[in-house]
Design a protein around this ligand. Structure first.
Ligand SMILES: [Mn+2]
Length: 292
């Protein structure tokens, strides 16, 4: 484990807090470059410099209570053992009353987390993925638990909507008709942003889990990721989609993955830290006005 334990936002660590921040610095299958294991610590460090007042909603989201877990350790574990550890830890954390936010690490962590949610929520939820890549390969580099095949595992558990997609291989494209998922390509977003949101809302159930691969953002605002793809959404585009999803549905938890810090490019960790705080603000702002 690296560094000292920081509570997100540098507020009092509240074990009964509504928000559970779970650092999962798992990195065993990244393809091009390494460094996502340092993501959670950098995000937590940046969060200590954030203003805690949300100027848009005029409240302080942290007042619902924040508890950041000690980062999980994967030393000496192989891929399968790491996945199993994330699954059993998630089962302990998910209680249906608090709101967990998992910080990757690589995208592989989403499968064991969703598997744990499926036990608690009896598969009665949709997974919305924000990502440049569809991650639907059956396996990649000799493992079915690769970050590049994570959604292929997830679509076997529950139905999915994939947003922001602009990179996939022919095998993935040809499999789309047979899989429990809908891919919404990025081009459709830039042609009609409102229509894109409505398509998402039309296809999702009452309960939603959100997985955000930071490479859904355009590399101009988020270069700090292992496999960046040009032509992504802006920070404000992403916030707008998220806000409307929180407004219209019951979001049960989320993860933010594939952040790979770049030395001396600290705006990236500040961007993600603020993104997480806005998610907390949306959850509080809308949870009392909409309930399934
Ligand atoms: Mn991706």
């Amino acid at each position: 484990m690296e560094g000292k334990i920081i509570n997100f936002g540098d507020v009092k660590r509240d074990k009964d807090g509504f928000f559970k921040i779970v650092p999962v610095p798992f990195e065993k299958t990244t393809s091009y470059k390494r460094g996502t294991e340092k993501g959670p610590q950098k995000i937590l460090e940046a969060s200590t410099f954030m203003e805690l007042f949300d100027e848009e909603f005029k409240f302080e989201p942290y007042r619902e209570g924040v508890f950041t877990y000690i980062p999980m350790s994967f030393d000496g574990l192989n891929i399968e053992e790491g996945i199993e550890k994330i699954y059993s830890r998630s089962l302990e954390i998910i209680d249906g009353k608090t709101f967990p936010i998992f910080l990757g690490g690589e995208h592989s962590i989403t499968f064991p987390i969703v598997k744990a949610f499926s036990e608690k929520f009896a598969n009665d939820f949709t997974v919305i993925q924000f990502d440049a890549h569809s991650d639907l390969r059956y396996s990649y580099e000799d493992t079915i638990y690769s970050h590049a095949s994570v959604m292929r595992r997830v679509v076997d558990i529950t139905n999915c909507i994939q947003c922001g997609i602009r990179s996939l291989c022919v095998e993935e494209y040809e499999s789309l008709d047979n899989l429990n998922t809908d891919v919404f390509f990025i081009k459709d977003f830039f042609e009609d942003k409102k229509g894109y949101l409505n398509r998402i809302l039309n296809e999702i159930g009452d309960n939603v889990y959100i997985t955000i691969d930071v490479d859904v953002l355009d590399p101009s605002c988020m270069p700090a990721t292992g496999t960046p793809e040009p032509g992504g959404v802006s920070y404000l585009d992403l916030l707008n989609l998220l806000e409307n999803i929180f407004k219209e549905r019951n979001v049960i938890g989320c993860d933010i993955v594939e952040f790979m810090p770049i030395e001396n490019l600290h705006y990236c960790e500040f961007t993600i830290s603020k993104l997480i705080y806005k998610i907390m603000a949306y959850k509080i702002r809308y949870k009392k006005t909409y309930r399934v």
